[in-house]
Ligand binder design. Structure first.
Ligand code: SAM
Length: 171
């Protein structure tokens, strides 16, 4: 199981970014996202994507980060520009264990740096939790996310010069 823990989401400022974090988590191989702020709108949006495009992705909001971390039995990493180099970190993570990936929004309290088994950097420049999560999952899954079949009601047929979509129920 791979889960993402999104901390510090501010409903007004971060709604699009947190939605993108959830979409990237789902598309790039995570099984769940836990968002500490209660936000029913994001939950509904992501569940609607899952209903149409498939997969068993789980989304919960309004959860206590410290409780999730306490109950977590696998590895915990925190994505931060101050962390260990991505390649080195990925080589150290045991892929047979569950993985919790913490991503921030505003300033991340020291607790999360200390509780993580590894603080992982995707380069040492400040950028985005969306980019950091995408690159991390790509390297961690060794690109396996690309071959995942979501068995959705809507399926995209890759096409060079048109939009080809298969919808269940349509001829
Ligand atoms: N100012 C915040 C701080 O000091 O922690 C960081 C804000 S940044 C826009 C939001 C999140 O993006 C961070 O908490 C981190 O999870 C992720 N992030 C940004 N740059 C990163 C990098 N170079 N490597 C890994 N994660 C990064």
């Amino acid at each position: 199981m791979i889960a993402v823990l999104r901390i510090g989401h501010r409903i007004d400022r971060d709604k699009r970014i947190t939605t993108h974090v959830a979409l990237v988590a789902r598309a790039f191989g995570a099984d769940a996202i836990f968002i500490t702020t209660k936000d029913e709108k994001i939950k509904k949006n992501i569940q609607s994507v899952c209903d149409r495009f498939g997969g068993n992705f789980q989304i919960e909001t309004g959860l206590d980060a410290k409780k999730i971390i306490k109950l977590w039995r696998g590895t915990i990493i925190h994505l931060t520009m101050y962390g260990m180099d991505l390649e080195k970190a990925v080589a150290q993570i045991n892929t047979n264990r569950d993985l919790l990936i913490i991503v921030g929004a505003e300033k991340v309290p020291p607790y999360f740096y200390e509780i993580a088994d590894i603080n992982v950097s995707v380069g040492n420049q400040p950028h985005s939790e969306v980019a950091a999560l995408a690159l991390f999952l790509d390297r961690y899954t060794k690109t396996a996310w690309q071959r995942k079949d979501f068995h959705g009601n809507i399926q995209i047929i890759p096409c060079v010069n048109a939009k080809k979509v298969l919808s269940k129920g349509s001829p």
